[in-house]
Structures are given as C-alpha cells and as structure tokens.
Design a protein around this ligand. Structure first.
Ligand SMILES: Nc1ncnc2c1ncn2[C@@H]1O[C@H](COP(=O)(O)OP(=O)(O)OP(=O)(O)O)[C@@H](O)[C@H]1O
Length: 329
C-alpha cells in the first residue's frame, strides 16, 4: 500500500520559489493499479523524484507498506530504493550486456550469489515472456522487448511497489497494449501495487483501478475508475468517455441540447426511444460514445430535443431513470 499525505515540493529558482507539488495526497491499496495523469508541468516528474527519494519533499509524507520513506536516512536510501521497482519511458538497458545480464545487474549490486542470480533471472525472463531472448543484446530487441527486460530488471529485487513513469510513451499502440497487459497481469499474479504516471488516457482506461488527475501540483480529481467516470461534469469523465465537438452549422435545428451519462445497467437500455414515446418529442443524436471501464459500461450522449419539449419534465424523468443530465445549450 502506498500512502502519500499532503506532499509539497518547492524549488528555489533564482530569487523565486516554484511550487511543483502543492499538497498532494493519494492512497493506493496493495495489489491495485493507480494512474496519475496530468499535462506537462503538472508535477508528475517531481512526484516520481520524491517517491524514489531522488528529491526530498519540502513537507508531507510518503509511506510504502507502513514504512515512512521521507524519514529514511541518507545512508539507508539505497536499500529503501530497492523496495521500489522503477520502469521508465525508455528501458535504459546497458548495450554491452545481454537481456539476462541486464536483469542480473541489480542482483549483482546487492551481492546475491551466482546461482541465486541465475535462477532468479530465468524466472524473471519467463515471467515477462522472454525465455528465448536471454542471450540477446538490446540492439537485437524490439522496443517492446526492451521494455519487458526493463520490467524484469525492476522486479529483480522483489519490490513492494512498481513505479512506472510513462512506460509506454515511446511505443506503438499495439506494443503499448501488450506492455500494459503485462503490467496488469504481473500486478494480479504477484499482488504488486503499481503506480503508473502517464499523460495518455488510454493507459488509465486499459489497466488502472483508480486514478488521480494532477494539475499545477494539486490533485484536481481522484477516485476509483467507475466513480470518476460516473461524474458527468468531471474532467476525468470527459476524458475517459470523450465526445467529439458538434458545432452548430447554418440551417441546423435550434432545439435544446442535453448531455447524458448512462452507467451500468441503463447504458444498455433504450432510454432514447422511451424518451421519444413518453414526451412525444424528436430526439436528434449529435454525438455518442460507449466505453467499458473497470468492467462496467458507460455511455455518453449529446442529444438535441424538439424546441417545444418540456425540459424540466425531461430532466426529471431522466434523473429518475438514473441517467445523469447536463443541459448543454
Ligand atoms: N529542479 C527544478 N527547479 C525548479 N523548478 C522545477 C524543477 N523541477 C521542476 N520544476 C518546476 O516544477 C513544475 C512541475 O514540473 P514537473 O517536471 O514535475 O512536471 P511534469 O508533469 O513532469 O511535466 P512533463 O510531463 O513535461 O515532464 C514545473 O513548473 C517545473 O518548471
């Protein structure tokens, strides 16, 4: 379990202070996958540096499985870091070492015995699906295979958590999905707690159990995926279930426009035809999107109704049906 409480990091730049993290709190239950999403400059790299003790936070605390990281003495930093497996955007492998020797490296540094290293490395190669690539050099591996070696190396010291910093940003979409599925599978099989830092919503959609939106050093929204996706007005919901813009063109009808969010059961129910029958109104679908997130279906619709429709009655009816409604225009 990872618990971050009121973490602040202020950098001194010339004669002014830059607040990179402004009271970040988050909690990631053991064995789950939490995504941190944010634009450039939001504070993601600073958070990674504070979590890996590359930077000391100005205030606040970080605990991993109950152990306070921020209290670790400088002399204990190296052993504390071994509890955190790091996966980066680029695998940063040593070109002169084979895949197996790259994975062995942290074990050698920790002084493990030769036989222990050999056994562990072959287990790890199997775990990441690279049994037949033990002797391959990085130049002979694809981007996805290199990332698999990087993941195996991160797991070599049996870490309590896996911290992935933009692990798929340099990969093509198919390889991205393979690597994300591998991380998800490892988390489930090993009971590994994973924190994944990304600017790609696809990463959150595919494997995260929960997510935090980082903005200007603060957590703007957070929660389990199905909770944030159910919040019609939320930015995470808009990003998780995006709708294309539908600007009005000359000659378009001018009736009221509604945005609807259908979750769980009602995402598959014929809400629109019920609406048409009940209110004797035409429904014009302007945009729609259906996503399956955390095993649940979410539908988002932008619809336009007949200009004479009783909007209060419609919104009341939809709310009764458990459909979240926002009047867009
Ligand atoms: N060493 C530093 N000294 C001064 N300011 C810094 C330092 N590191 C980061 N910052 C500032 O802190 C803020 C957050 O930066 P950070 O690199 O953590 O964002 P980020 O979300 O990782 O962005 P990106 O996705 O572009 O890497 C920015 O305003 C940045 O200029």
């Amino acid at each position: 379990m990872i618990t971050v409480t009121d973490l602040r990091k202020v950098y001194r730049q010339g004669d002014r202070d830059v607040t990179a993290l402004d009271g970040v709190s988050l909690s990631v239950p053991k064995g789950s996958i939490h995504g941190i999403i944010g634009h450039s400059g939001a504070g993601k790299s600073t958070l990674v540096r504070c979590l890996t003790l590359l930077d000391r936070p100005t205030s606040g605390s970080v605990t991993i499985d109950g152990r306070e990281l921020t209290a670790v003495k400088d002399s204990e930093i190296r052993s504390a870091r071994r509890r955190i497996g790091m996966v980066f955007q680029h695998a940063n492998l040593m070109d002169s070492r084979t895949a197996a020797a790259n994975i062995a490296h942290p074990l050698e540094l920790a002084g493990a015995k030769k036989q222990v290293i050999q056994d562990k490395v072959s287990d790890l190669l199997r775990l990441v699906g690279l049994e037949s690539f033990a002797g391959a050099y990085p130049a002979q591996l694809s981007g996805g295979q290199k990332q698999r070696v990087g993941i195996a190396r991160a797991l070599a010291s049996d870490p309590d958590i896996l911290l992935c910093d933009e692990p798929t940003s340099a990969l093509d979409p198919g390889t991205t999905d393979d690597i994300l599925d591998l991380i998800s599978d490892l988390s489930h099989r090993l009971g590994l707690t994973v924190l994944i830092i990304t600017h790609e919503m696809n990463v959150v959609k595919r494997i995260c159990d929960s997510v935090s939106l980082l903005e200007a050093g603060r957590v703007a929204e957070h929660g389990p995926l199905n909770e944030v996706a159910s919040n019609l007005g939320g930015r995470l919901a808009k990003a998780l279930i995006p709708l294309p813009a539908t600007p009005l063109l000359p000659g378009d009808p001018t009736g009221p426009v509604l945005e609807l969010l259908l979750t769980g059961g009602n995402a598959t129910e014929p809400v629109l035809s019920a609406l048409t029958r009940r209110f004797d109104t035409d429904v014009n679908v302007l945009a729609g999107s259906v996503e399956t997130l955390a095993g649940r279906r979410f539908g988002r619709l932008r619809i336009q109704l007949d200009v004479h429709t009783d909007m209060t009655a419609v919104t009341d009816y939809l709310a009764d049906q458990g459909v979240a409604v926002e009047v867009a225009a």
